[in-house]
Design a protein around this ligand. Sequence first.
Ligand SMILES: NC(=O)c1ccc[n+]([C@@H]2O[C@H](COP(=O)([O-])OP(=O)(O)OC[C@H]3O[C@@H](n4cnc5c(N)ncnc54)[C@H](OP(=O)(O)O)[C@@H]3O)[C@@H](O)[C@H]2O)c1
Length: 316
Amino acid sequence: MSDVNTMRAISQDDLGGPEVLKEVQVERPTPGPNEVLVRVRAAGVNPTDWKHRATGGFLGRPPFVLGWDVSGEVTETGIGVAAFKPGDEVFGMLPYPVGHGSHAEYVTVRARALVPKPASVDHAQAGALPLVSLTAWQALTEHAGLQPGQRVLVHAAAGGVGHVAVQIAKALGAYVIGTASAGKHDFLREIGVDEAIDYRSTDFTEAVRDVDVVLDTLGGETSVRSLAVLRPGGVVVSILPVGSEDFHEEAERLGVRAVRMLVDADRSGMEAVADLVEQGKLRATIAGTFPLADAAKAHELGDTGRTTGKLVLLVD
Ligand SMILES: NC(=O)c1ccc[n+]([C@@H]2O[C@H](COP(=O)([O-])OP(=O)(O)OC[C@H]3O[C@@H](n4cnc5c(N)ncnc54)[C@H](OP(=O)(O)O)[C@@H]3O)[C@@H](O)[C@H]2O)c1
């Protein structure tokens, strides 16, 4: 049990498989200037969580508490916070990578990273959406400048990022082509995909052409091969931020654009995401919910790379 000074959190002392994750009691943080303390109700689990668990990534050596998605209630405000008061329900993404720590009962967050949670969705929905939706929104609007009527190819369209990218691209008026294994094609059509490609039986470079925007969620040779399906002036936005220089060199040779990006937490993106949710144009498909104490089970499922939609931790 936590008292007023402590909280439950999922931490790790070693890098490794899901078994390194354990529930611990730690000191409850206090919000600094321009920060709020949020009582976490739900928090998505993303590939970046299981990658950091295994490798340390941007966070270096453990101990650390993972988690960048958050939905919950403001319980305390730091000096200077005018936008929120205790009791407000909020959701958003913690600044990446330094703001991590939502896989816990409480987390401090820069107030400008948060927006009010739409009343029409529960915390599980709101906690599932921020990181993947901001990624897709920033990729499609800021980096690709997607216009109505354009053709978009979304790789791994059934995944966390892919399934929200499909919905956002449709909301922006695009024609959407998505890749997934054949068993997931009904799901792709339900979320709005116009044309589904089974990547296991079909080479997408032979099945698709004249694309304006590719959202590359796979990286590696997929980034470079995706350039070949673009129209002149088209763009591949890859969300695997590190990779070979061939990507840029080949893009230049073909007269197209190649962009690699990392999602960045911001209020304007979250306002756009909240608007789409309120208009009924964006919903997360929940692959599974887990109590905080079972975070390792969510990581195990995530590690398979086969989930449809989002994994979410619920914090009682
Ligand atoms: N740069 C950034 O800021 C940023 C932000 C978010 C995510 N990411 C990265 O983007 C990647 C995707 O994230 P995510 O949350 O979408 O992952 P995810 O939810 O774990 O993706 C799982 C999905 O990938 C599909 N998939 C696997 N291999 C595939 C292939 N070769 N072709 C088509 N679909 C395939 C699976 O479908 P099947 O079962 O049909 O194979 C499954 O539905 C991760 O590496 C993540 O770290 C980067």
